[in-house]
Each structure stands twice: as C-alpha cells, then as structure tokens.
Design a protein around this ligand. Sequence first.
Ligand code: HEC
Ligand code: HEC
Ligand code: HEC
Length: 225
Amino acid sequence: MSEENEAATAAPAAKKPRKRGPVIAAVVVAVAIIAGAGLWVWHEQPSFCAAICHVPMDPYLETYDEQADAPGTDKWMNEVSNTNAMLAVTHRVEGKTCMDCHVPTLAEQVSELGSWVSGDYVYPLVEADLNQLTEASGMDADEFCLKSGCHVTADGEALTTRAQLTEATADLAFNPHVAQHGERACSDCHKGHRASVMVCADCHNEAALPDGWITPDEQDQLIIR
Ligand code: HEC
Ligand code: HEC
Ligand code: HEC
C-alpha cells in the first residue's frame, strides 16, 4: 500500500511527497524492539524457564523457590533437611536469578528449544558438570564461581582466589577447602538443585556436615527420578 500512496502523492509536483514507508518501517522496528526487549527481560526471569519448558524445568524452579533454612526437597523430590544446602536457594536469597548461574549460548537455547518442541530429551535431565555449565561464559568453573562481585571475605574484600576461600573457612574445625589431596571441583561438594555433599566424609569422620549437607554414602541413596 505504501507504494501506491507514494505514487499517488508524488505525482503532483506542487505537493510535498509524504513518505509513509519509512514511518511504517520505523514503527514496525520499534514494536519489534519493544517486544524483543520484553521477551528478553521475561526470558531472564526464573518464571520464564518453567512457563516455557514446563515439564523439564519445573523441579529446578521449585528448588530455587523453596523457603531458605527450612526442610525441603531436591530436584528429584528427595528430602533435604535444610534447603540452605542447595546453591539455587542460597543464591536466590541473595537476589540471583537462573541466568546468574546458567549462561547458555544462543545455540544451546535454540537446540534446547528444538529438543523441547520435539520432546527429544531424557528426563530427568542429565546433570551437567560445572565446566559444561560455565563454558558459554568464557570462564572456567573456578573463575566463574570466584568472579568478583559475588563472594566477599570477612574484611569485605572480593573473594576471588582459592587461597582466600581456604582462609574464609579456616575457622572450621575441618576446613573443606584445604587442597590436601589435590584440588577438587567446587561442584564435587556444592550442588545447585540438590543437597550439597561433604566428599571428605568418606574418610574423615571429623569432617562436619553443615545443615542439610549429606555424606557420599547418603548421596548414593538418592532416588533419581
Ligand atoms: C547458584 C547457581 C544456580 C542457580 C541460581 C540456578 N541453578 Fe540450575 N544448576 C546449577 C548447578 C550447579 C547445576 C548442576 C548440578 C545440580 O543439578 O545440582 C544446575 C542444573 C540445572 C539444570 C539441569 C541441566 C543442566 O544444565 O545441568 C537445569 C534445567 C537448571 N539447573 C535450571 C535452573 C533454573 C530454571 C533456575 C532458576 C529457577 C536455576 N537453574 C537456578 C546452579 C544454579
Ligand atoms: C570438599 C567440599 C568442598 C569443595 C570442593 C568446595 N567447598 Fe566451598 N564449602 C564447603 C563447606 C563444607 C562449606 C561450609 C558451608 C556452610 O557452613 O554452610 C563451604 C563454604 C563455602 C563458601 C562460604 C564461605 C564463607 O565465607 O563462609 C563459599 C563462598 C564457597 N564454599 C565456595 C566454594 C568454591 C568457589 C569452591 C571451588 C573453588 C568450593 N567452595 C569448593 C565445602 C566445599
Ligand atoms: C579416600 C580417603 C580420603 C578422602 C576422601 C579425603 N581424605 Fe584427607 N586424608 C586421608 C588420609 C588417609 C589422611 C592421613 C594421611 C596422612 O596423614 O598423610 C588424610 C589427611 C588429611 C589432612 C591432614 C591433616 C589430618 O587430618 O591428618 C587434611 C587437612 C585432609 N586430609 C583434608 C581433606 C579434605 C579437605 C578432604 C576433602 C576434600 C579430604 N581430606 C578427603 C584420606 C582422605
């Protein structure tokens, strides 16, 4: 229609041509940007993940939303005696969203969407290790979990190294961060959507379990569904 309009209005030389084409295009672009921005903002909200992917995402949103410092359940519906043992809960309390921990690439999101639409995924979802989770951020797992702006030392300084981390828990009777037998991945112990595991308790009876944490033996008893 804009072509017709332009042809009609451009013909009499005296009249100033009114070009609607660019205006319409600008409106279309503006609407697309606003809709896109809205979708992007919503997409960053925890509710988006579950609203869109319902079945596979629900348990993850549920663990995230659980009351902190109370009994709860993990992503497989196993009981957790204290929800503070799940990183998703303690990080939500600090105002973090799914996207603060999960940094998917656009390609991953498109492929996840494809899997969801076709129903082509295994459920329960396979547990990603921390390197897979942080790959798209361009940081390795340590850099990601210890990036500045997240954890702070007792003095209020940015806690960004394993040395500072070891220092931070030095007053525990058994310091879990001492790399006595070599460095361990943070995710060996700290879990996102299930109770964290005190791996040292396999051999060290003196290794205390923080509230809600479980031993490697108890981890083996978890029902995966
Ligand atoms: C504190 C960081 C953190 C937050 C916040 C968080 N997650 Fe996770 N998420 C993890 C970790 C760590 C794992 C892997 C280990 C596990 O499942 O316990 C994981 C695993 C997952 C998985 C399984 C597939 C995979 O990639 O391993 C899904 C799906 C998931 N999270 C969705 C969500 C959703 C949805 C939210 C927000 C409602 C969320 N997560 C919030 C850390 C987090
Ligand atoms: C061997 C198990 C284990 C490993 C591996 C581990 N942690 Fe921990 N971490 C713990 C335990 C246990 C606590 C004490 C938790 C509590 O009291 O709630 C803790 C506490 C923390 C705290 C809170 C410290 C404070 O100021 O109180 C942070 C932050 C932390 N860990 C980050 C990390 C990061 C990052 C990594 C990887 C570089 C890591 N942890 C590896 C077991 C572990
Ligand atoms: C497979 C069994 C095993 C696991 C798992 C294990 N340790 Fe040990 N650890 C030992 C043994 C055995 C010793 C004593 C050996 C020695 O004295 O040289 C020891 C000694 C230590 C010591 C020296 C002080 C002491 O208590 O004797 C520290 C510190 C330590 N471990 C920390 C850890 C931490 C932290 C973890 C978890 C990340 C862990 N260990 C996991 C078997 C284990």
